[in-house]
Write a protein that binds this ligand. Structure first.
Ligand SMILES: [Zn+2]
Length: 146
């Protein structure tokens, strides 16, 4: 069983339970995935917010002014966004894959950021990998999963 976060064209978000990703794809293609609110079949999978995976040096790498210098939460967030954008490699939809490689020592730990689906996040949690969610500013050419 896997669960997808879905959103209807009417704006309602809901969870869909499926036997597998293929099962979802088939039902979706056949228009059988319906919004529980309005009954529309115009639903799509929604991506979770951008997630980052920190390498082992991550905490030391965070500049101290991030902890003390910001005079408001918004400034703090902006500093942090800048920091993440500058210091985390954007691996886009490969975040889960790359996190796993580092987890198993296939690749050197490093700071990466990207997007994950709810399904990938659950899989990573099951592996003992924690992701940090950061609300990054939207970019026109953001990574897309599909
Ligand atoms: Zn709807």
């Amino acid at each position: 069983m896997i669960i997808f976060d879905l959103q209807c064209i009417c704006g309602v978000q809901f969870e869909g339970w499926f036997n597998s990703r293929d099962d979802f794809d088939r039902q979706h293609a056949e228009g059988k995935v319906l919004c529980p609110d309005c009954g529309s079949e115009k639903v799509r999978k929604i991506l979770s917010p951008v997630s980052i995976h920190t390498g082992s040096q991550a905490t030391e790498a965070v500049p101290s002014h991030l902890e003390t210098g910001a005079s408001s939460a918004l400034q703090f967030l902006r500093s942090f966004q800048d920091f993440v954008e500058k210091n985390f490699e954007d691996v886009g939809a490969k975040l889960a894959e790359e996190s796993l490689k580092m987890h198993y020592g296939v690749e050197e730990p490093r700071n990466i950021r990207g997007v994950t689906t709810a399904e990938q996040e659950k899989m990573l949690r099951d592996e003992g990998i924690e992701l940090l969610k950061v609300p990054l500013r939207k970019k026109e050419t953001g990574p897309k999963l599909n």
